[in-house]
Design a protein around this ligand. Structure first.
Ligand code: DGL
Length: 269
C-alpha cells in the first residue's frame, strides 16, 4: 500500500529510555519519520501494576494510530512484558506492533556456548518473568537469573550517568549473588544502554553485555522490507511527552540534535 510507505513509525516508552531504540531505528532507516511518545507523567513504569501499564499503553497506541503510524514499537520492556498482547489486540490490522523482548531473546537463543545469562530490569519486567519464560522455550539449556534494579531508570532519567553516583549504584547491583558466573548480561530496560559503558567497565569486558536497541531496529527493517513499506523521502520526527521534563529535552537533543521541538500531548484528561 502506497500510504503505508509514507506513514510514520510510532515509538513509546515511559520516558527517555525508548530514545535509545528510536535512535537505532533512525540510524538503520534514516528516511523513516518517527513519532515518539514519552509518558513522563507516569514515569517510572517499573513499579506500576500490570493493569495500569496496559491502560497507559492502549491510550498511547491510540494516540499513535491517530497520527497515522504504520507501526508501533513498544520501546519499553515493562510495557512489552505486560501489555504487548493487549496492544496487539487493540491495534489489530491497523498497524504492526513490535516489542523489545523478542529480538533480544532471539539473539540469546543463537548463542551455543552460554550456560547462564543475567537479566537486569525494572521490578515490573522481573515480576512478569518474560525473559526467563521465553528463553526457556527458545534455548532451554541456558539458565536465566534476573535481578530487579529499580533505581537505575529514575537515576538515568535524572541525568545521572557516567559519574560517581551512577558507578556506585551500578556496582552495588552488579555485585549481587544472582549475577555471578554469568556469560552475558541482558540490559532488559531501554534506559540501560545509556549506562552500558559503565556496566562494561565493571566487567572489564570479560562478559557480553547485550541491549535490544540495535536488534529492535533490525526487526523493524525486516518488517518494512517484507511488507514493502520503506519510505523513500525523509520526513521530520515528532517528539511528544505527557509532561515536560528538562532531562527529556536534553536527552532528545543528545540523540537527535538541537533542532528538535518537544510537544506536550495532554492525552490524560
Ligand atoms: N524504559 C523502560 C523499560 O524498558 C521503563 C523504565 C521505567 O519507567 O521504569 O522497562
Amino acid at each position: 500500500m502506497e500510504t503505508m510507505k509514507t506513514s510514520p513509525i510510532g515509538i513509546f516508552d515511559s520516558g527517555i529510555g525508548g530514545l535509545t531504540v528510536a535512535h537505532a531505528i533512525h540510524k538503520a532507516l534514516p528516511k523513516e519519520q518517527l513519532i515518539y511518545f514519552g509518558d513522563t507523567a507516569h514515569l517510572p513504569y517499573g513499579d506500576k501494576s500490570p493493569d495500569s501499564i496496559k491502560y497507559y499503553s492502549i491510550r498511547i497506541a491510540q494516540f499513535l494510530l491517530e497520527h497515522g503510524c504504520k507501526m508501533i514499537v513498544i520501546a519499553c520492556n515493562t510495557a512489552s512484558a505486560h501489555a504487548y498482547e493487549t496492544v496487539k489486540d487493540f491495534v489489530g490490522k491497523r498497524a504492526v506492533v513490535i516489542n523489545v523482548i523478542d529480538p533480544l531473546v532471539a539473539a540469546v537463543a543463537k548463542q551455543k556456548k552460554w550456560n547462564k545469562v543475567g537479566v537486569i530490569a525494572t521490578k515490573g519486567t522481573v515480576k512478569a518473568d518474560s525473559y526467563a519464560k521465553k528463553i526457556k522455550t527458545a534455548a532451554p539449556q541456558i539458565q536465566v537469573s534476573s535481578l530487579a534494579t529499580p533505581l537505575l531508570a529514575p537515576m538515568i532519567e535524572e541525568g545521572f550517568f557516567n559519574n560517581k553516583i551512577s558507578r556506585t549504584v551500578i556496582g552495588s547491583y552488579l555485585d549481587h549473588k544472582k549475577l555471578q558466573k554469568i556469560d552475558a548480561l541482558l540490559l532488559a530496560c531501554t534506559h540501560y544502554p545509556l549506562i552500558k559503558e559503565e556496566i562494561m567497565d565493571y566487567y572489564k569486558n570479560n562478559i557480553t553485555v547485550l541491549d535490544s536497541a540495535g536488534l529492535v531496529a533490525e526487526a523493524v527493517v525486516k518488517v518494512l522490507r517484507t511488507k514493502k513499506w520503506m519510505r523513500a523521502q525523509s520526513g521530520s520526527h515528532q517528539f511528544y511527552v505527557s509532561d515536560f521534563t528538562p532531562s527529556f529535552q536534553e536527552s532528545t537533543k543528545y540523540f537527535f540534535g538541537s533542532k528538535i521541538t518537544l510537544h506536550k500531548a495532554a492525552i490524560w484528561k
